[in-house]
Design a protein around this ligand. Structure first.
Ligand SMILES: Nc1nc2[nH]cc(C(=O)O)c2c(=O)[nH]1
Ligand code: SF4
Ligand SMILES: [Mg+2]
Length: 250
């Protein structure tokens, strides 16, 4: 399967879950390469913004920024090899992220079965953009879906980023939590429209201030907190940004 490459190895790292309802829990992150969306502010653009693709990115024109060479940022690895790597860490919680991890579901199913054959206590979270339906095999194995539908500020067409069948499925599943990144207060209208359209329960909605630095998180934090208080939604910070800033592999 295709993972993002970090320092010539697969992007697999042991850290604290920084976002969502399990924030603060130790976990091993596995970052898939490839995404079906191309958000203009994406901070894991090395999973999709390859040479020869037409997608714009906010960093276009910044000195030193250019599209990635696909093979230089992708690592082909088997579920068997990933399983061996994961067993070396001192936790049994894994976060499958990307990119969009639900583009490679059969491989994750294989990985999960390999790990649980030895130890059923392995727990799996998925970070998804909510545009792909989990297969029945995947749905049965994943403990928690952290669904982060993209808003118009992503630059994506609505018909690409908001897909009825998967969002309806996630909204009805008690395994799902919805996490929305907010940078401007008017975005709340879009979030509210989605919550109404897909009947997302209020207690499963989290708002997260946008920010790649603690100062940026603070700047948006107060406003996002006020919105949460008003709607009865949960506030969520970005713990890893506070602890480690913009570093990769944390
Ligand atoms: N610590 C930490 N927590 C995270 N939660 C979601 C992440 C992601 O990039 O999907 C992430 C990440 O990259 N690091
Ligand atoms: S869905 Fe996520 S990984 Fe994909 S482009 Fe958007 S922010 Fe990046
Ligand atoms: Mg991240």
């Amino acid at each position: 399967m295709k993972l993002a490459k970090l320092n010539d190895g697969p992007e697999i790292f042991h850290t604290l879950q920084g976002e969502g309802v399990s924030a603060g829990l130790p976990a091993i992150f596995v970052r898939a390469s490839r995404c079906n969306l191309h958000c203009r502010w994406c901070d894991t653009d090395y999973t999709w913004n390859f040479e020869g693709t037409p997608w714009p990115h906010d960093l276009d024109g910044t000195p030193g920024y250019r599209k990635y060479v696909r093979d230089e940022v992708t690592l082909e690895i088997s579920p068997e090899e990933i399983a061996e790597e994961l067993k070396r860490y001192p936790t049994r919680r894994v976060v499958l992220t990307g990119g969009e991890p639900l583009l490679q579901q059969d491989d994750w199913v294989r990985l999960i079965d390999l790990l649980r054959a030895d130890d059923p206590s392995w727990t799996f979270e998925v970070e998804t953009n909510g545009t792909r339906l989990p297969s029945p095999e995947m749905e049965a194995r994943i403990d928690q879906f952290n669904v982060s539908p993209k808003l118009s500020n992503s630059g994506m067409e609505e018909s690409t980023r908001i897909v009825d069948e998967p969002l309806t499925h996630f909204a009805a599943s008690t395994k799902s939590w919805f996490k929305f990144v907010v940078s401007k207060s008017h975005e709340i209208n879009e979030i509210e429209a989605l919550a109404t359209r897909f009947q997302i329960p209020a207690e499963r909605i989290l708002l997260m201030p946008e920010g790649r630095t603690p100062a940026e998180l603070d700047r948006h934090g107060e406003e996002v907190a006020a919105l949460c208080l008003d709607r009865g939604w949960r506030f969520c910070d970005r713990l890893h940004v506070r602890l480690w800033g913009e570093k990769r592999g944390v």
